[in-house]
Design a protein around this ligand. Structure first.
Ligand code: AMP
Ligand code: TRP
Length: 323
């Protein structure tokens, strides 16, 4: 049995790129009976960039609701809020003292901000150590992450090894699991869908608002009657991630034949999103209207996580000579 663990920052409501690129594959992995999965909402990490407590709270609930709506089973998976298991903060400090300054100064998450150091807080600097603690605390074997997080995983391994060398075998050395084939979902402007580009499709929006977003997808100005190239069109690209094979082929032929406008394609995309995700959209809305239910589900996870966390910390405290 391998322990899989990954964290999701609560910096926004998950968009279609997050859902298809991260949430659905992680839920499949969690549902594999050979895996023991820990999935958590990294709300402590969000402290480095979000300074409004209400926004943090809303995003944390939004992320939880999205995961649950897409089928995460809180009975089978340990699903929790990072801040509910404060043991991670203690381990972060212990690990900080096994994290050399040059390594931390080399982290991309810090180096990217060297030209505006006055915006860098201590949390940003030790961000990789909190992430190492997230992983090490639960004896995780595999950590599915995007390529951008690979360096953090290398640091986690370095920190864990340094600690093991100093104090004797204490931690499992985790491995990153980076999916090289991961699909990149384009945003409404054709760039990678990302909250930093303001080009996301939030499928949980109410009908009217979702439709408005879809209608804003950027296309060229080919007139309705002329044939169009499906392979360079943002509407067609998005459609091809959510429609059935037959429907995709039908739209391709419509493009090639001409007499089919981008407005019609957008309408078809909107209808497909609403139909395909009708169950998830409804579940999401229900959860967001019932935050106590979300709290209850997250508490089940936190209770399970804490048992493992306390065992690890006991080991650490003994090694460090506290007990
Ligand atoms: P982020 O919040 O941008 O770090 O994304 C969280 C997760 O969603 C990461 O695992 C990314 O790999 C995935 N993701 C983000 N944007 C996209 C996208 N446009 N297409 C596919 N996956 C994405
Ligand atoms: N830093 C990760 C990100 O921005 C989120 C994260 C925090 C994480 N702790 C983690 C991912 C532990 C994997 C394991 O995407």
């Amino acid at each position: 049995m391998a322990r899989i663990l990954t964290g999701i920052q609560s910096t926004g409501i998950p968009h279609l790129g997050n859902i298809l690129g991260a949430i659905k594959p992680a839920i499949e992995m969690a549902n594999n009976p050979n895996n023991d999965a820990f999935l958590f909402i990294a709300d402590l990490h969000s402290l480095t960039t979000i300074f409004d407590p209400n926004i943090r709270k809303e995003h944390t609930y939004g992320v939880a609701a999205a995961w649950l709506a897409f089928g995460l089973d809180p009975e089978k998976t340990v699903f929790y809020r990072q801040s509910d298991v404060t043991e991670v903060c203690e381990l972060t400090w212990d690990l900080c003292c096994s994290a050399p300054y040059p390594m931390l100064a080399n982290a991309t998450s810090f180096k990217d901000k060297l030209d505006r150091l006055s915006d860098v807080n201590g949390g940003i600097f030790i961000y990789p150590v909190l992430m190492a603690a997230d992983i090490i605390l639960y004896d995780a074997n595999f950590v599915p992450v995007g390529k951008d997080q690979q360096q953090h995983l290398e640091m986690t391994r370095d920190i864990a090894s340094t600690f093991n060398n100093r104090y004797g075998e204490t931690f499992v050395i985790p491995e990153a699991k980076v999916d090289e084939q991961v699909m990149i979902i384009p945003g409404i402007d054709g760039q990678k869908m990302s909250k930093s580009y303001n080009n996301t499709v939030n499928i949980f929006l109410p009908d009217k608002e979702l439709r408005k977003v879809i209608m804003k997808i950027i296309t060229d100005a080919t007139p309705v009657e002329q044939p169009k190239n499906p392979d360079t069109c943002n509407v067609f690209k998005l459609y091809s991630y959510v429609a059935t094979t037959d429907k995709i082929e039908e739209m391709r032929q419509n493009y090639l034949r001409g007499g089919y406008g981008y407005g019609q394609a957008k309408e078809a995309l909107y209808q497909t999103l609403v139909e395909k995700f009708s169950k998830e959209r409804e579940l999401y809305a229900n959860y967001m209207n019932n935050k106590e239910e979300l709290d209850k589900k997250l508490k089940i996870g936190a209770d399970k996580a804490r048992v493992v966390a306390q065992e690890t910390l006991k080991r650490v405290r003994t090694k460090l000579g506290f007990k």
